[in-house]
Design a protein around this ligand. Structure first.
Ligand SMILES: Cc1cc2nc3c(=O)[nH]c(=O)nc-3n(C[C@H](O)[C@H](O)[C@H](O)COP(=O)(O)OP(=O)(O)OC[C@H]3O[C@@H](n4cnc5c(N)ncnc54)[C@H](O)[C@@H]3O)c2cc1C
Length: 393
């Protein structure tokens, strides 16, 4: 069994780390102080993204992306996840289902998005629909050659800077016809109802959108009528691996910060690192990160190189998201404790990470929903996806 990264993947990982250190982390305090970044700062990161080749890492070269496999994407996201303020979201990764578009849709949406000329946001959740998307009330009613969309979408991440939305709606209000529509934000009837404040400082906003009598042609349907859940699932499986990667990176950063702090900070005449109470907390953090990271890389390797069925990948990405996001919560909490009062100050990275990682247990499927998926796999196919190991030839 060879667990080593290839030279090319190792190089990619190191470049992602250098990019994060040079172009994301230096903007953390500005992002925290101003609840976002200035246009100037965003422009400078965006031009670095192009220069370093980190735009659209999740799309094919043919469509203008970097064509990275899922293990390579995990390596990049893990490093970028070390940055606070969700600065990892500035390097754009257009929504995965856009790859299912027609050539015309790709020319209009995906390819400009890969180049960084357009930006998308994914709008599924609503006031009464989150974990259970069958509760979606946004409807798309056919009227001649067009569809008329009505509804309200909550928590639309990056909706403030996006210029088009992927809207999950039920055709004719029928939950059996979940469908994704490409909706330009400047269409008549699309408006931001409000921009709520959230626990974290996120470089972009999560607005609530209202769609009132928004008319789109059938060429704006992504995939087919009724394919909405399949497209969303395709997004979830890959995005959950990326959440696992970013939370592994956030936890590793918290450990580095806490270790540095414990070496420097003195109490009762010696560095606090010399107290076993502190050292054991750091040891637990290190052990948990090592376990989570082993799982993450195994899941990402299977996704990229294994002979893995979509169902097994679904189960593995859920277990990776569950374990890595919950690990990050515990690790960051301990890092705050080791920092004492400074751990509660927003000018310290561990305080920001403490707020940042909380949502990772909620979005893209809560921890409970990941357990539902894992339980489902156990009931239907047994424990092989989790306790088994892929065989070589
Ligand atoms: C900052 C932020 C950004 C977001 N960005 C986006 C976005 O860009 N696009 C988008 O569409 N959505 C987005 N979301 C929404 C997010 O995906 C949902 O909040 C999440 O899926 C949970 O849905 P909910 O909030 O409606 O909670 P609910 O579904 O109401 O769940 C409430 C509680 O019940 C539990 N629960 C529900 N069902 C079960 C079950 N079967 N078994 C056990 N427990 C269960 C949940 O785990 C949770 O603890 C975002 C949310 C946040 C906070």
């Amino acid at each position: 069994m060879d667990l080593r990264l290839s030279d090319a993947d190792r190089d990619l990982q190191q470049r992602a780390r250098a990019f994060t250190d040079q172009h994301l982390i230096p903007h953390e305090q500005e992002c925290e102080d101003n609840d976002g970044l200035s246009e100037e700062a965003l422009a400078s990161i965006r031009s670095a993204v192009i220069e370093w080749g980190f735009n659209a890492i999740n799309h094919s070269r043919e469509d203008g992306g970097q064509g990275l496999d899922l293990l390579q994407q995990v390596l990049v996201q893990e490093e970028m996840g070390r940055a606070t303020g969700a600065l990892w979201d500035v390097p754009w990764r257009p929504a995965i289902p856009l790859r299912e578009g027609t050539e015309a849709q790709k020319d209009e949406y995906l390819r400009p998005a890969c180049r960084g000329e357009r930006r998308d946001a994914y709008a599924i959740s609503e006031e009464r629909a989150g974990s259970d998307p069958t509760m979606v009330e946004t409807s798309a009613k056919r009227d001649g050659d067009e569809y008329v969309l009505n509804g309200e979408k909550w928590h639309v991440t990056a909706g403030d800077i996006a210029d088009f939305l992927l809207v999950h709606a039920h055709v004719d209000g029928d939950p059996a016809k979940p469908t994704v529509f490409l909706v330009d934000k400047d269409l008549r009837g699309v408006r931001v109802a409000r921009i709520p404040k959230y626990t974290h400082t996120f470089v972009f906003e999560h607005p609530t959108f209202v769609l009132e009598g928004v008319r789109v042609g059938e060429e704006k349907i992504l995939g087919e009528i009724g394919q909405g859940y399949d497209l969303t699932k395709e997004w979830f499986v890959e995005e959950r691996l990326m959440i696992a990667a970013r939370t592994a990176g956030a936890a590793a950063r918290a450990l580095e910060e806490a270790l540095d702090f414990a070496r420097e900070r003195e109490a009762f005449g010696r560095p606090i690192l010399s107290y076993q109470g502190v050292e054991f907390a750091l040891a637990d953090m290190a052990a948990e990160i090592a376990s989570a990271k082993a799982l993450l890389y195994r899941a990402a390797w299977e996704a990229a190189h294994g002979d893995v069925t979509p169902k097994r990948l679904h189960a593995l990405s859920s277990v990776a998201k569950l374990v890595c996001s919950e690990t990050a919560g515990r690790v960051v909490d301990r890092a705050v404790q080791i920092h004492g009062g400074r751990g509660y100050m927003r000018e310290y990275a561990v305080e920001r990470l403490y707020r940042d990682v909380r949502v990772e247990r909620i979005w893209e499927g809560t921890s409970e929903i990941q357990r539902v998926i894992i339980g489902n796999e156990l009931r239907k196919r047994g424990p092989e996806a989790f306790s088994g190991w892929p065989a070589g030839t």
